[in-house]
Design a protein around this ligand. Structure first.
Ligand code: NAD
Length: 282
């Protein structure tokens, strides 16, 4: 896209963290912004802060796991602003991983895949025809560096899938012909509330009661929280996303040292060797 001024962006997961920062950055660029989230108070707060700057913004309570709700989000955006130019499929949850040394439960697989993968799928299904029909648009899918590093977790599975379908979308002839760009955001550590994703965990996906976490799991969680706290400011990520849309850049990485950490894996794949040991964030 050559300019954002006067155009419209829809951002999911916009009540907090990176999504809120994207919405604020787009508003500063002169865009109308539609913020979507499941957390009503956070959503209201984020919308009010943007409206207070004089920008046009609305909030639409949306659970991205629900296809009909994502359809309603699209309809609300079109009704208010006429058309949508930028879609950020950003809502996501971390899950808690194994508990008590057990493998990940079925409920956790379903919840995390529902939000992180199905949320993106619903976003594509609901918005792509509209974006293609009008042209001059851009889709940003929030994956993660976890979408490049191997791991036996629902989060890893969801993010590898998002990287794969986003890269596939980049080559889609219909989007190309319509002038709709695609970016895949793969952040390293960013200082957000992602470690507290369980706040949005539905009851059916509640972890098994009475399972105690192992000392190793406690240590891992403390490490993750520490990394997140000292992670990048979401506003800096929003700046990268804003620039990627204007320059039509596909990969949006926030930590090139992490990207460099992928080299042993690619080399092993090319040599058809067994996977090397590699830690996310090494
Ligand atoms: N923080 C990091 O270090 C990091 C790194 C890589 C990728 N990510 C990804 O970035 C994205 C944004 O997360 P964040 O880090 O800003 O965390 P965050 O928790 O601050 O924001 C996530 C937002 O998604 C919303 N959400 C959760 N479930 C939802 C649902 N079913 N429907 C609609 N909204 C829902 C939450 O309410 C929240 O506002 C996620 O996709 C996450 O996986 C985060």
């Amino acid at each position: 896209m050559e300019s954002l001024q006067g155009k419209t962006a829809v951002v999911t997961g916009a009540g907090s963290g990176m999504g809120r920062a994207f919405a604020e950055r787009f508003a500063r660029a002169g865009m109308n912004v539609v913020l979507a989230d499941v957390e009503a108070p956070k959503l209201d707060e984020a919308v009010a802060a943007i409206v207070a700057t004089g920008a046009e913004a609305i909030g639409v309570i949306t659970d991205v796991t629900d296809g009909a709700a994502v359809d309603r989000l699209r309809d609300a955006a079109i009704e208010r602003f006429g058309r949508v130019h930028v879609l950020c499929n950003n809502a996501g949850v971390a899950g808690t991983g194994p508990s008590g040394g057990k493998f990940v439960t079925e409920a956790e697989w379903r919840w995390v895949l529902d939000v992180n993968l199905w949320g993106v799928i619903h976003g594509h299904r609901a918005f792509l025809p509209h974006l293609v029909e009008h042209g001059d648009g851009h889709i940003v899918n929030t994956a993660s560096m976890a979408g490049h590093f191997p791991g036996h977790s629902a989060y890893t599975a969801s993010k590898w899938a998002v990287v794969g379908i986003t890269e596939g979308l980049f080559h889609d002839p219909q989007l190309r012909a319509a002038g709709v760009g695609v970016s895949c955001l793969c952040p390293g550590w960013v200082n957000t509330a992602i470690a507290d994703s369980a706040r949005n965990r539905p009851e059916w996906a509640a972890p098994t009661l009475g399972v105690e976490r192992t000392p190793m799991e406690e240590m891992m969680e403390a490490y993750v929280r520490d990394q997140l706290r000292s992670g990048m400011d979401p506003a800096a990520v929003a700046e990268l996303v804003h620039d990627a849309i204007l320059t039509n850049r596909f990969w949006v990485f926030t930590d090139m040292q992490m990207v460099e950490g992928l080299r042993p894996r690619f080399e092993a794949v090319l040599a058809a060797e067994n996977p090397p040991t590699m830690g996310f964030g090494d």
